[in-house]
Design a protein around this ligand. Sequence first.
Ligand code: ADP
Ligand code: MG
Length: 232
Amino acid sequence: MIRVDQASKQFPGKNGSPVTALSDVSLDIDSGEFVMIVGPSGSGKSTLLFTIGGMQHPSEGKVLFADDDVYSLSSTKRAALRRTRIGFVFQTFNLVPYLNCLDNVIVPAVLAGKSRGKSLRHATELLERLGLADRLKHRPSELSVGERQRVALCRSLINDPVVILADEPTGNLDEAMTGEVMEILRSLNADGQTILMATHNPQLAEQGTRLVTLDKGAVVQDESFATEVAVS
Ligand SMILES: Nc1ncnc2c1ncn2[C@@H]1O[C@H](COP(=O)(O)OP(=O)(O)O)[C@@H](O)[C@H]1O
Ligand SMILES: [Mg+2]
């Protein structure tokens, strides 16, 4: 479904020598996978997610999204792909402070040209599903940080994305809230949602179906876990 083909990325460094953020990364990601991207700080996790998400042009190589070569698309088409087929979740939530939960969640739907009424109904369903039925009209500042991340998750889901890209989504959460968010991600994945999540927490990494380890921008390990087979 998503193919990263020999992608590399260099950034200009402070002292003139380039910094390698991605080094010849190739990955094939299938529908239904929950891919954990792990590695130390600076190993290229965020760069990989942003590259896959059409937000960071690789220096070499390509990203294929179904049949689309993401960085050969016009910028308008690439923006449309980002809006309609990808859901992003960030460590810092990135909610709009003056909008209530419902209005935050519908932003990507309205940008994609969907009607406000229909979007509000869908947003209500999502917020209810993620346990926020009594928070619909609250603003982000009136919520716990765990609730804020659940609102951001609802926003990432509003356009029924083919993949969710989550960059350290639990990085600002305590253990209990981390557990809640991970449980939601696992349940979305159990319902078929493809997820790529970057984390530097090795304890969370084993909750995916696949573990990709980066070091200095290169994939040093790529391991899929066999899903349990029911024995009758
Ligand atoms: N916009 C940028 N400009 C310059 N260097 C960058 C930029 N983004 C990332 N880097 C560098 O690329 C490397 C990988 O960064 P990043 O993908 O953020 O790693 P991670 O998410 O694993 O911490 C780091 O050395 C980082 O400093
Ligand atoms: Mg990062």
